[in-house]
Design a protein around this ligand. Structure first.
Ligand code: UP6
Length: 362
């Protein structure tokens, strides 16, 4: 796949989100992912909005953000999803799941963050065995199936006033489209006590997950050619890491490739340090962290690690040299005096490296 354009890869990919992502890359001329490792929800939304035009993927670590609002309709995830639609990028929660299948299913779909509702993409370390990939795939398929309509029924204890009006029966956590309040008895309860009854409230609601799909009209797209992202979820397998002394072996990486091939409808590709497509019909995408540029004007300077094990390579080395597709950049952009112009500098350099790989750079 090294000599194929992203447009050609879009045709070949089996996963709808991968096809969408490759098209997005061509349209925005960007193979840049921002690793939005900031500490507050407010800061996250601000940087996503500012850098959105230059990136195709926004990577999050929701668990390092303080002030994350967990409301599925109006919270931080839903707001990020709206920004993703506005600017045309996918959200990648870098959760690095590793556990037994049942646990990762619950961590992915439930709990406080409900990652599946707002993150198009997440990732997994498959040290625990390949079955957990199937577990996540099943959770995603189930999520997609029940995305469009959810009916909520709740039985509420209420009180009937002397004049027949019902008090305190409306559940406050849902916005009902249709609500029926049916007092069991208009005047007397089963024991014949006046004014103290049980009422049943049926709330029928067409419930669209506040996910990163749907509602194209709630934010005008900055890139008019961008269609809406498909309502699918995708997984990246953590096949190799950027850090010094990483214990992932060749065999582990190869097991990731095999697990990806077993789940082409869910696994989009890899977080890796090199291209891993080897069979003719492998059409996986590679995203690569550990990327930094020397400061402007000091192009020949070597790039130091961070003193905590992180190791850096330039976009040129990763995209043109190692054949990966998207560079993931965190501090390189976030710690710049002007993160927006720095994002544009990284976008240009990573895209140039891609053109160089194709032999198209002048
Ligand atoms: N990350 C790596 N290396 C890996 C996998 N993931 O650095 O092999 C993640 C980190 C961080 C980001 O968790 O969010 O990518 C890199 O940030 P940086 O550019 O600031 O070093």
């Amino acid at each position: 796949t090294l000599t194929q354009t992203f447009a050609e890869r879009a045709e070949k990919a089996t996963h709808p989100l991968t096809r969408y992502l490759f098209r997005l890359m061509e349209l925005k001329q960007s193979n840049l992912c921002l690793s939005a490792d900031v500490t507050t929800a407010r800061g996250l939304l601000a940087i996503a909005d500012k850098v959105g035009p230059y990136i195709v993927v926004l990577k999050t670590h929701y668990d390092l953000i303080s002030g994350w609002d967990y409301n599925p309709q109006t919270g931080t995830g839903a707001k990020l999803a709206a920004l993703a639609r506005k600017h045309g990028f996918l959200i990648f929660e870098d959760r690095k799941f590793v556990d037994i299948g049942k646990t990762v299913q619950m961590q992915y779909t439930a709990g406080t963050a409900r990652i599946i509702d707002w993150a198009h993409i997440t990732n997994a370390n498959i040290d625990a065995g390949k079955d957990m990939v199937r577990a996540l795939a099943e959770a995603a398929a189930k999520w997609k199936g029940r995305r469009h309509c959810e009916v909520k029924t709740s039985v509420t204890v209420g009180a009937l006033d002397e004049d027949g009006t019902v008090n305190g029966v409306s559940p406050s956590h849902v916005e009902p489209l249709e609500e029926q309040i049916r007092p069991v008895s208009p005047e007397r309860d089963a024991d014949g006590r006046k004014g103290s009854i049980v009422s049943i409230t049926t709330v029928t609601q067409s419930f669209e997950h506040a996910g990163a799909s749907g509602h194209a009209d709630d934010a005008e797209s900055v890139f008019p050619g961008i269609e809406e992202a498909p309502a699918d979820r995708g997984l990246l397998l953590l096949a190799q890491m950027s850090s010094k002394g990483c214990l992932m072996t060749r065999e582990y990486t190869q097991a990731c490739v095999e697990a990806a091939r077993d789940h082409r409808d869910f696994v989009m590709g890899f977080v890796s340090q090199e291209a891993l497509n080897s069979a003719d019909d492998d059409a996986f995408i590679h995203m690569t962290p550990g990327c930094k540029l020397p400061p402007p004007g000091e192009e020949d300077k070597p790039i130091d690690g961070d003193g905590l094990g992180q190791q850096y390579n330039t976009p040129d080395k990763l995209i043109k040299g190692a054949g990966t597709d998207i560079v993931i950049v965190g501090r390189g952009i976030l710690e710049a005096a002007d993160p927006v112009s720095e994002a544009e500098r990284y976008r240009k350099r990573a895209w140039k490296a891609y053109l160089g790989r194709l032999g198209k750079d002048e």
